[in-house]
Ligand binder design. Structure first.
Ligand SMILES: Cc1cc2nc3c(=O)[nH]c(=O)nc-3n(C[C@H](O)[C@H](O)[C@H](O)COP(=O)(O)OP(=O)(O)OC[C@H]3O[C@@H](n4cnc5c(N)ncnc54)[C@H](O)[C@@H]3O)c2cc1C
Length: 303
């Protein structure tokens, strides 16, 4: 099966290429069947080559960052997973408030660097295990802050292997959502922060970190919040009020610490998580009439 893909990776492709890769090794939930191919483009030329060839042969392409918001089904992924974490990892400061940040940079590294430079805007990001590209795509946020507050625009490579710049006004940011052209891969994010006191920024980050440790299940693998919060109410509270805290399906469990998290207590399968998601959605709907909308992205095939 790998043969059909091998043609893609001509000598000019500089990054790593793996075949038949267990996706559980690349998601924070530690769940997911095998992907046919995982390619780690080293730079833009690699990515352009990969996307244009995959497009011309009709191969499906999925991009992942840190895999902290995805559930991969047990049958895995037919196609090519583009993993951007081994390239696109530069932070280039343009002036004392602006940077062009590679999509593969860890959000935690960037928020720490901002704090050291006395730049405010990313304090909320402490403890979000994301890449900058994934965080823009999801408009990640917490404690009143969101990615959209610090993004000026993104550079993307499209499915024809062409690069262009999309300004913030055309990114359609909303709660845990950004609009990108179908199949576009973010390679760089143009960001602007506000000058502030390093001491106050670090204090805020410490406080957010403490709150996160108190209120979220960090000891077991998860993918963060399963559902978006409906307008004016917490999804976790609705799930808890429906009496679902601590309920399990196989090795997947609705966390006792935060009911909007599903944790993997051992060898959970995607089907276990999907069972719990259906239960949470149905019970909350039956009790309140509110239909919860998933925040996590579910990809891949059933086994
Ligand atoms: C313990 C824990 C705590 C969390 N806390 C929060 C929180 O407080 N707030 C919050 O908002 N989220 C939180 N999350 C969820 C998650 O970290 C965010 O959604 C994050 O933004 C996902 O980034 P990622 O790099 O892991 O993206 P992935 O999960 O790898 O991908 C997410 C989506 O983005 C797309 N994508 C990724 N990279 C690119 C790219 N370069 N170009 C185009 N598309 C791309 C993928 O195709 C996918 O659709 C938490 C998760 C965990 C495990």
């Amino acid at each position: 099966m790998a043969e059909q893909y091998k043609l893609l990776f001509v000598e000019s492709f500089k990054g790593r290429v793996l075949f038949n890769v267990p996706m559980k090794e690349y998601t924070t939930l530690r769940i997911g069947g095998p992907a046919d191919v995982m390619a780690f483009p080293k730079d833009e030329a690699d990515l352009k080559h990969l996307l244009s060839f995959a497009g011309s042969r009709g191969f499906r392409v999925y991009v992942i960052g840190a895999g902290s918001n995805i559930l991969v089904r047990d049958g895995g992924i037919r196609g090519i997973v583009v993993n951007i974490t081994e390239g696109f990892t530069d932070i280039s400061w343009v002036d004392d408030e602006r940077a062009v940040v590679g999509a593969g940079v860890r959000l935690s590294r960037l928020s720490k660097e901002c704090a050291e430079r006395g730049l405010s805007g990313l304090e909320f990001a402490v403890g979000i295990p994301a890449t900058v590209g994934g965080a823009v795509c999801m408009n990640a946020g917490a404690y009143g802050g969101e990615m959209k507050d610090v993004v000026e625009g993104v550079e993307v490579v499209n499915t024809r292997g062409k690069k262009n710049f999309i300004p913030k006004a055309r990114l359609g940011f909303s709660y845990r959502h950004a609009e990108l052209p179908e199949g576009a891969v973010i390679v760089n994010v143009h960001m602007k922060f506000r000058r502030g006191s390093r001491k106050l920024i670090e204090e805020r980050m410490k406080e957010f970190k403490k709150r996160r440790m108190r209120t979220t299940p960090l000891a077991l693998p998860s993918a963060g919040s399963i559902f978006k919060n409906p307008e004016g109410v917490s999804a976790g509270k609705l799930i808890e009020d429906a009496g679902l805290k601590g309920i399990s399906s196989g090795d997947a469990r609705i966390s006792e610490v935060h009911a909007n998290y599903i944790v993997n207590t051992g060898n959970a399968r995607a089907v276990d998580v999907l069972n719990l998601i259906a239960l949470m959605r149905d019970r909350v709907f039956a009790k309140t009439g509110i239909m919860l909308e998933p925040e996590i992205k579910v990809i891949g095939e059933n086994s």
